[in-house]
Design a binder for this molecule. Sequence first.
Ligand code: FAD
Length: 296
Amino acid sequence: MKITDILSRGTASLSFEVFPPKTETNFDSVKAATEEIASFSPSFMSVTYGAGGGTSRFTLDIAKNIMERYGVPTLAHLTCVSSSRETVRARIADIAASGVENVMALRGDIPPELENSDRSRWDYRYAVDLVRELKACGHELCIGGACYPEIHPESANQREDILRLKEKVDAGCDFLTTQMFFDNNLLYNFLYKIREAGITVPVIPGIMPITNAKQVEKAIKLSGSFMPQRFKSLVDRFGSDPAAMKQAGIAYATDQIIDLYANGVLNVHVYSMNKPDVALKIKENLSDILGKPSPV
Ligand code: FAD
């Protein structure tokens, strides 16, 4: 099933992101965690893709397995920046042949060894190049793109970032998923600006439940996200108590999600980090909310 069809149901839904194993050795444990999350019947699940090819071959294995065994629609991520045209075309053909109907078209982070190389010689420089490649392949996949309510770290300013986002959407994105954020007002502000810029595709907010103090530093480094004082106080108070931090982090994420639904968001994507217990708790916290028609 295509993600655009899921969104057109008009009811509150929840999806989860998982990541593939880094090595063959931990394939079975990762597969088991993703299957457990799939058993909670999310609206869909996304499977990330290791830029540079690290874990790339497992992305489709995991996505296909979840779809076939649990009937959960899946979204296979694909990055392009450090890949040849030949490799990318082969991956697209694999996705189309697998029956997975959704692909997240990403640039990926630029590997340090390529930082100073001649970019004019790269087959792909930006995600928009991959979106164009996907459209040219003619497989009719549902295409997602990434967006950044707090600006992509390489962008000079938000205006420039939104102009580039518009180009990506116009090239063929059917929906967008956001980078994590911890203050919903940042999302509402961003939505207002992109709608003004003429970007009309659905936007799926991405929420990261922070369940241990170590994760905080990592998440900020990765995303550059702003941490509201309310969230900082929570980490200060509970950061050294793992059980309390986990409960508080799940409650904070749940609160963000409920506010998003209350403001008309249809689907929230949870960066569940292969943690079935966290995914389940959030789903349980929303048991009487999921499936309700959107007020907008
Ligand atoms: P782009 O859309 O290409 O944007 C990157 C930067 O280039 C932005 O600053 C943009 O404004 C600018 N830009 C775009 N087009 C042009 C142009 N024509 N000229 C000049 N500037 C331009 N990484 C992974 O490795 N694997 C994953 O599975 C993965 N999943 C992700 C999922 C989500 C929802 C998000 C938000 C990020 C994910 N990432 C993943 C990280 C992502 O690859 C990085 O954030 C990367 O730095 C940018 O990717 P992008 O697709 O947003 O790039």
